[in-house]
Design a protein around this ligand. Structure first.
Ligand SMILES: Nc1nc2c(c(=O)[nH]1)N[C@H]1C(S)=C(S)[C@@H](COP(=O)(O)O)O[C@H]1N2
Ligand SMILES: [Mo]
Length: 199
């Protein structure tokens, strides 16, 4: 028997070469990272809105849940260096949501209950790259992880995946959101290690 307990190396897993972006380690845990308290908005008062286009479009929870959904399995990468492989989500694609809006804007600011914001180019929300996810591993997304629904943009660092998301503000300019204002990278590509402004 090894004198080292079996759990000792549990948090750091081996990943196939090329699977994990530079500077990241793989965890099986699902850490909770929240800049403030967890909001608890009842579904009866929840909506998802897209503003800044030709007109504001808004969905109640029931309208949102009546939209077509995707189930997808993705790796996620937090700027604090953990990556989690093969996470499975169900959500409504931003292709569906933005497809119901007329706009010319090239940028979006996602906004959440509690005041969190994060900025993204609209192009990164389209083409099967982004969802408003409401299920995780087959069960309703827990409040600590952003339930009832969060943005999921797995090709960017996970701070772009706004928990408790309530909508998008479409804009002509790429203005920083919450963490971007504190020095995180304006875009946040994990494969190019765009952690902080200037990376
Ligand atoms: N509303 C909101 N969304 C957020 C955050 C937050 O503090 N508030 N933190 C971000 C960061 S830094 C990360 S790594 C992920 C963490 O998601 P998790 O707590 O489900 O792991 O949520 C992102 N989305
Ligand atoms: Mo993060």
């Amino acid at each position: 028997m090894s004198p080292i307990s079996r759990g000792f190396h549990r948090k750091r897993e081996e990943a196939p070469a090329g699977r994990v972006p530079p500077g990241q380690y793989v965890t099986r845990d699902f850490p909770v990272l929240s800049a403030g308290p967890t909001p608890h908005t009842p579904l009866s008062r929840w909506s998802f809105s897209i503003t800044g286009g030709h007109e504001t479009k808004s969905w109640t929870w029931d309208e949102f849940r009546a939209l077509p959904t995707d189930t997808l399995t993705k790796d996620i990468h937090c700027v604090t260096r953990w990556s989690k492989l093969d996470t499975t989500w169900q959500g409504v694609s931003l292709d569906v949501l933005l497809g119901m809006v007329e706009y010319e804007s090239r940028y979006a600011l996602a906004f959440s209950d509690g005041g969190y914001t994060t900025n993204l180019p609209v192009a990164d929300l389209l083409g099967g790259q982004a969802w408003v996810a409401f299920n995780y591993e087959g069960a309703p997304l827990g409040a600590e992880h952003g339930g009832p629904a969060r943005l999921l943009v797995p090709h960017l660092y996970f701070w772009k995946s706004a928990k408790w998301v309530r909508g998008l503000r479409l804009r002509d300019t790429d203005e920083p959101g919450f963490w971007e204002n504190y020095g995180y990278h304006i875009y946040g590509d994990p494969w190019r290690e765009q952690r902080y402004a200037g990376d």
